[in-house]
Design a protein around this ligand. Sequence first.
Ligand SMILES: [Fe+2]
Length: 384
Amino acid sequence: MEFHHKILVVDDEPANLRLLKRVLSGDYDVLPASCAEEALAILEEHDISLVITDQRMPSISGVQLLEQSLSIRPDAIKILLTGYTDVQSLIDAINSGHVYKYIPKPWDADELKLTVRRALETYELKKRNEALLRDLQIALVQLEDLSIGTITALADALDAKCDYTSGHSLRVSRYAVAIGRATGLSDAELRDLELAGILHDVGKIGVPESILWKPAQLTAEEEAIMAQHPLRSAKIIGDIPALSRVRSWVLHHHEHIDGCGYPDHLSGEAIPYGSRIILVADAYDAMTTDRPYRRAIGHDCAVAELLKHSGSQFDAAVVKALISIVGEEGAALNTQLPESFLGLKLHSIDPLQLGTQYQVESARLARLKEIAQRMGQVTFEEKK
Ligand SMILES: [Fe+2]
């Protein structure tokens, strides 16, 4: 997918506008606007990838302009510039959830260029994700001809969107299958469990990056947006009869045994068993990998947390099954993962499609491979 980016720059000061145009023109098609009205007209006419606007303008503010731009170019990335320490505009910008970055004036040309490049990479990733999503929906409709490549690519793309969790969907699916097998599920159920593990967070593609990547506690409003993701994931899977079980497991993967989860506050046995498995697999992987707001807490602490919330948040039998598989060492689970029913490989992640965390993931898998080889359990061979 080739991109030719058009950037809209908005500032009522002619000198600032000229400077922005000069700094960015070498690499991109830069369209200047000296007021909000002009900016909105350009947005109507051109397929804009990125909007950079000053906050202080005579008619409407930069934040208001960005809000209005949403109805015209919802996917365009938005950057706000301001020369004032204007706390309220910062809060408004962040709360609106659509501002990629807030840059104080005076800005540095090299830093601005770098921010623009990163912003456009985010834009490209989003567009590629959308294209993959369309392919996935076609593949799901033609289930008999299910495209494993598309599902793998989609899981990779999703994990790349949250590059701190690269490989997360694949690992969750494997953990889930291991738990399902240990608790006696049939092959058909294990296959659906693997698919549900891969697709459980696919709805996060619709969550703004400003929320997904937020390096701090989410506000109540942001949490409400995040809480929509199981519904979005289920909607993407759709109403295909052959996938009704996968859909239901995905829809309820954040329900808690005590009824305090979401989206339907189901409790106990009313929560589908596959959803209870995915919740535990998801939590274990989340706790043993770095997140934007905290480092990984490690295997021992993760197991302690699962036990602490066993019977309230988590199904006690599922937690017990995971611990029986994991054993004393967290690494044991990684070396004893069952074969993938869908033919997916943990190390099939394409480094070109992933964020920087891929390197960490590769190094971790290489270490595990070394341990497995020393123990005589070579289970990481690439399938031809
Ligand atoms: Fe989730």
